[in-house]
Ligand binder design. Structure first.
Ligand code: PAF
Length: 281
């Protein structure tokens, strides 16, 4: 695997791969990679002869009170993991390579609608930062396919919507959520949990499954199911930011009798660590 830090070297390596007849798959990340990220790499590898990953902790998607400075940076372990997973090219840009006028002065991409709720409502500006950096990375890499994890479900919808609306000529693939043995979705944030909280955090997936079963059982109203889910999380010592049922296609509120095409989503806090997860119904 080759590593490059400049947009110029990135383009040269990708142009050479294209000239050799390869399709390009791209996996954008913020590093601190785990088995969840590795599964994105596998999907990319299945779809293209040349796999590019980026590791860039993007300042514009962190709010003023969020953990940008504290975000774990593990470039050596990331590079070793990516090489072992068959990545061909690693792009490791500095902030001014991505934001030549500075992060605060950058042109912003705003995706309306789907960003107004849930994570977008709780983390103002977060999805503008995500859409902006992903648009820039797509321009730099010009991939045929790009892979995102389904764990960040709302992010996936934001990217799909941006790609369609701005006519990026590429396909977005969603990789299924990878879970720990107790059902906890893999996340860089899991390492902040102590052993007992990490074990208890399996309740998040169990609650999503209970929400799914309750929707399919058709005996409970959506509001009752959401209340049951919040109670289950609180009982296990978590503070839910939300535990909701939404339409899977755009996160709008489902009508009372809608029982299919839904997604259950949870964000819950244990101390200062915030965990998110979801399950398609
Ligand atoms: O999901 C992430 O790791 C980030 O939001 C992404 C897509 C790499 C953009 O910085």
């Amino acid at each position: 695997m080759r590593s490059v830090t400049s947009a110029r070297d990135l383009r040269a390596a990708i142009d050479a791969a294209r000239a050799a007849g390869h399709a390009i798959a791209f996996v954008p990340t913020m590093g601190n990679l785990h088995a969840g990220h590795h599964s994105l790499l596998h999907l990319a590898r299945e779809r293209a002869g040349f796999v590019v990953a980026s590791v860039f902790v993007n300042p514009t998607q962190f709010g003023p009170n969020e953990d940008f400075a504290r975000y774990p940076r593990t470039p050596e372990a990331d590079a070793a993991g990516l090489a072992a997973q068959g990545c061909d090219l690693l792009f490791l840009p500095a902030v001014d390579e991505i934001y030549p006028f500075g992060a605060d002065a950058a042109v912003r991409v705003h995706v309306p609608g789907v960003t107004a709720t849930l994570e977008g409502a709780l983390r103002p500006g977060h999805f503008d930062g995500v859409a902006t950096v992903v648009a820039k990375l797509f321009h730099l890499v010009q991939p045929d396919v790009a892979v995102f994890g389904q764990k960040d479900y709302q992010q996936l919808l934001v990217i799909r919507r941006m790609v369609r609306d701005l006519a990026f000529p590429l396909e977005i693939l969603a990789a299924p959520i990878v879970r720990e043995a107790n059902g906890l979705a893999m996340s860089s944030r899991n390492q902040y949990l102590d052993a007992s909280t990490r074990e208890r955090a399996g309740v998040i997936h169990a609650t999503l499954q209970a929400m799914c079963a309750a929707v399919q059982g058709a005996g409970m109203a959506h509001a009752q199911i959401e209340a049951m889910a919040r109670a289950q999380l609180e009982q296990a010592g978590f503070v839910p930011d939300y535990a909701v049922l939404r339409r899977a296609e755009d996160l709008s509120d489902p009508a009372a009798d809608e029982r299919t095409g839904l997604v259950a989503l949870i964000a819950a806090r244990a101390g200062s660590t915030r965990l998110i997860d979801n399950l398609l119904i």
